[in-house]
Design a protein around this ligand. Structure first.
Ligand code: AMP
Ligand code: ZN
Length: 114
């Protein structure tokens, strides 16, 4: 947890461009954007990945989706649409071990995997 870059972003030890913040959730711009709008939305609680979710986290995860929708509205893409991706574990391509939701928008996002 001490070495977690997203926990450091939450604490302000690593700079980020924040677009949303409340007591439980932070949204900030991805440093290496894969689309014109690429925001990472994270719980402030250090949860490693989706596989680590506990029953008590269910309300928090629901709030994250509401926040994603609010950010999409603030960014002006709610009407055109957006994609939310959560990479989970090695095969899922997760590189940062702090649960994060990618919000991608601002252009047609190409081929769908599912
Ligand atoms: P994932 O591959 O799903 O674990 O995604 C990790 C994401 O975090 C990648 O899209 C990175 O570009 C992004 N990222 C890594 N370090 C930072 C940082 N310091 N600030 C913002 N985004 C970051
Ligand atoms: Zn963390």
């Amino acid at each position: 947890m001490e070495d977690c870059i997203f926990c450091k972003i939450i604490k302000g030890e690593i700079p980020s461009t924040k677009v949303y913040e409340d007591e439980e959730i932070l949204g900030f711009k991805d440093i290496n954007p894969a689309a014109p709008i690429h925001i990472l939305v994270i719980p402030k609680k250090h949860i490693k990945s989706l596989v680590e979710l506990e029953k008590e986290d269910e309300i928090l995860i629901g709030k994250i989706y509401t926040v994603i929708n609010k950010i999409a509205k603030d960014q002006g893409v709610k009407e055109k649409g957006y994609r939310v991706i959560v990479n989970c574990g090695k095969d899922g391509g997760q590189e940062v071990g702090h649960l994060h939701f990618h919000l991608l928008a601002g252009k047609p996002l190409g081929e769908k995997i599912v």
